[in-house]
Write a protein that binds this ligand. Sequence first.
Ligand code: CP
Length: 306
Amino acid sequence: MMQHFLTTESLSKDQLTTILDAAESFYNIDGGHVKKVPLLRGKTIVNLFFEASTRTRTTFELAAKRLSADVLNININASATVKGESLLDTLRNIEAMNVDMFVIRHQDSGAAEFISKHVAPGISVINAGDGRHAHPTQAMLDVFTIRRIKDNFENLKVAIVGDLLHSRVARSQIHALRTLGTQDIRVIAPNTLLPACVETLGVQAFQNMEEGLDNVDIIIMLRLQKERMQGALLPSEHEYFNLFGLTPERLALAAKDATVMHPGPINRGVEISSEVADGIQSVILQQVSNGIAVRMAIMSILAGSE
Ligand code: CP
């Protein structure tokens, strides 16, 4: 039993596999033929997003509704936070409404864990992205997407390309993939966008797309996280695309059946060309769809219903 879902780093292979298997069981509850299941009927889920989101917030809302929960979306910009109410006071007041689960996105690393230590017993906290630290539900939907396409994790060659330095997604992906058995994980970026000692995460670093993409099975492109950059780390976006952008020519260096992924939002012509983003090897929109089943799985496991 898990009470909170804060990182992929702390999870065992069995726990990751349990979530993936549960997500598989929710895959066909898509709002179409099978609309809803009653697993979270009577529960209230609160989406508390202090930072912008399109995919994560909406797929959490859809996931909760497909589990028959009630959903409360707090608009922070129209909340008492703008009048100076502290994070903990906001939390206490929402808790007083008898809620069961908080889904938290925050610009500060560690915010979700901090909140998890202050909620009342019985309330669960899900980290929907904290600063540059972790985005564990994104990593789970990414490994779920990979598992639906590839035979196993052990023999995969995975390249993660772009702004590793500021990416909470990459950290969570690397932990999940390593735990699931992937040995060959490469990170490709200019030196200024690679964390110091990145190899300690169990990856091999490249500063050249032509070398790093050689024969890989999965390419995960990352956005330049300009909102988290302090000072100029790159000469220009144009120069970045010339050196690290994923074009059809560079995609051809990977395995013939390589899959292209991106957590979104994508910046066309900055880290990825439109031809690749919209091409037949891209599963970028499937990742978004898969996020619903994966988030249903995580919420139902935390609620003790799966
Ligand atoms: N991938 C992701 O977290 O997207 P959003 O910021 O739109 O939620």
